[in-house]
Design a protein around this ligand. Structure first.
Ligand code: SF4
Ligand code: SF4
Length: 112
């Protein structure tokens, strides 16, 4: 089992999650984060920290389709362990449907 980041993170990226992860298994893309499923120890502490409710355990049906995306990009994007500055328009995109199709970028973030 692992936790995964869903499209709800796209363009929100508040990064409250990375500060609490005991094994630093978040990775940063240009406009979202992902979790490395092989490094995640399923502690669950990140889930309630996310204001966008973007983090789900992979036991939830909604999480399943995001698992491969988390696996794939956590292997190519840089590790992020410290909270950065969220985008100015983050709140405008909170809860917006269909963000993956509209905004997903495979470009890496900066990492910390
Ligand atoms: S707190 Fe939630 S929305 Fe923000 S970066 Fe983490 S997973 Fe994404
Ligand atoms: S469940 Fe725990 S180990 Fe996994 S990403 Fe969240 S904080 Fe990190």
């Amino acid at each position: 089992m692992t936790y995964v980041v869903t499209e709800a993170c796209i363009k929100c990226k508040y990064m409250d999650c990375v500060e609490v992860c005991p094994v630093d298994c978040f990775y940063e893309g240009a406009n979202m984060l992902v979790i490395n499923p092989d490094e995640c120890i399923d502690c669950g502490v990140c889930e309630p920290e996310c204001p966008a409710e973007a983090i789900l355990p992979d036991t939830e049906a909604e999480a399943e389709k995001w698992l491969e995306l988390n696996r794939e990009y956590s292997n190519v994007w840089p590790n992020i362990t410290r909270k950065g500055v969220p985008p100015e328009d983050a709140d405008e995109h909170k809860g917006e449907p269909g963000k993956f199709e509209k905004y997903f970028s495979s470009e890496p973030g900066k990492g910390t």
